[in-house]
Ligand binder design. Structure first.
Ligand code: ADP
Length: 395
């Protein structure tokens, strides 16, 4: 019985995979191949309580995918895989929803690589290798950007000469769409009303972070832009800055624009401000022990987030719930409390006991009586990829 989807998330030197039953949401197998292309390349997999480790010594994505096949064979899962779902970062304006992959779609994903030069080529390697390893199965691409294609022009246009959009596609696209779409649907269930009748702000706070305004199941604005650098403060990304900073930092450090953008992506955010770590948990512990950098980094993080949530309210006619998700959103009661404390003007107040309870996988409401609704929801991007894949593959 082909009741599982193999979900693939392929990075430049890594390949994350999971075999998921889209109906139950249970992942029979999960795993990660890392440091691909290096002598330390390896694959680890988890099958129920069992863990497998394989060295791939110098192996690349093809070797990793063959090793995934071996693990599937050894666990008797191969014949249960009915389709393969691929996470693809950028679908440009071409892809407004998930799609069955054929050669033409592959070529179009390749064309979108112009907008995501670090991500789409790596995603495509995964697609090509998987299509070679599983030639008889349907393959589906699920895009991070697709959910935000419903944003109106006033939300996606930058106020720069219009020809830059019309001729070069330079506009806001938004990312984390799979997570925002998943948690919006989960939030609607918790609210007990149809998604088609919900006005939500979803805050996905992981290493990368973005918030979105979701009206009746459609994204109407989000905080990330042309690239994931825009918007909220993140683990290593600055989020919003004055664009002139690129020139000033370049002059100060004698660096090119490319080098400055790299600094803004990889050495900024919580890491840059704290001088300590990009990890929220580490920073919370350090701040408690009096680390001034950790404290200020977390304060900037929470303030910027509150400011963006308030800003996104302009995209909605009303607000039925604010939703926290992602590693920080699902686990940091402290961050949620700080953010909600700044949103009193919008009618938010936290219930500290409920907030403290909603950690480590516990979902639910965390607002005080009389407050607007605030929910903690556990995201599951792999499950949404598996569901889309099953639906499009028709298995
Ligand atoms: P990614 O974007 O890589 O998928 P995650 O969604 O796993 O990241 O989120 C990682 C972030 O979640 C890290 O900053 C981590 O410190 C934070 N986090 C996880 N658990 C906790 C916790 N108990 N308290 C505070 N932050 C947490």
């Amino acid at each position: 019985m082909t009741d599982h989807v193999l979900v693939i998330n392929c990075g430049s030197s890594s390949l994350k995979f999971a075999a998921i039953d889209p109906r139950t949401g249970v992942a029979a197998l999960t795993g990660l191949a890392e440091r691909l292309g290096s002598p330390e390349a390896s694959l680890s997999a988890r099958l129920g309580e069992d863990r497998h480790g394989v060295t791939l010594a110098g192996g690349g994505h093809e070797a990793a995918m063959r090793a995934v096949l071996d693990v599937l064979d050894a666990s008797g899962l191969t014949t249960r895989i009915g389709a393969v779902g691929h996470r693809v970062v950028h679908g440009g304006e071409r892809f407004k929803s998930s799609v069955r992959i054929d050669d033409a779609v592959e070529a179009e994903i390749d064309a979108c690589a112009r907008l995501a030069p670090l991500h789409n080529p790596a995603n495509l390697i995964g697609v090509r290798v998987a299509r070679r390893c599983f030639p008889s199965l349907p393959h589906v691409a699920v895009f991070d950007t697709a959910f935000h294609q419903s944003m109106p022009a006033h939300a996606y246009l930058y106020a720069i000469p219009h020809s830059l959009y019309a001729e070069h596609g330079l506009r806001r696209y938004g990312f984390h769409g799979t997570s925002h779409r998943y948690v919006a649907a989960e939030a609607a269930q918790l609210l007990g009303r149809p998604l088609q009748d919900c006005a939500l702000i979803t805050a996905h706070l992981g290493n990368g972070a973005s918030a979105a305004a979701v009206l009746n199941g459609h994204s109407v604005d989000t905080t990330m832009g042309l690239t994931p650098l825009e918007g909220l403060v993140m683990g290593t990304r600055s989020g919003d800055i004055d664009p002139s900073l690129v020139q000033f930092i370049g002059n100060a450090l004698n660096q090119s624009a490319d080098q400055v953008i790299d600094l803004l992506n990889r050495k900024s955010g919580l890491l840059g401000l704290s001088g300590l770590s990009n990890d929220c948990r580490t920073l919370q512990a350090a701040a408690e022990e009096g680390h001034a950098g950790a404290r200020v980094a977390l304060e900037v993080f929470c303030y910027r987030l509150a400011k963006h949530i308030a800003g996104l309210s302009a995209a909605l006619p009303r607000l039925d719930a604010l939703v926290f998700t992602g590693g920080i959103g699902e686990n940091s009661a402290w961050v949620r409390e700080q953010v909600l404390a700044r949103l009193g003007l919008l009618g938010f107040a936290v219930d500290s006991a409920a907030n403290a309870r909603c950690v480590g996988g516990v979902a639910g409401p965390i607002h005080a009586a009389g407050s607007r609704t605030v929910l903690v929801v556990n995201t599951n991007e792999e499950l949404l990829i598996a569901r889309d894949t099953f639906a499009l593959a028709g298995v």
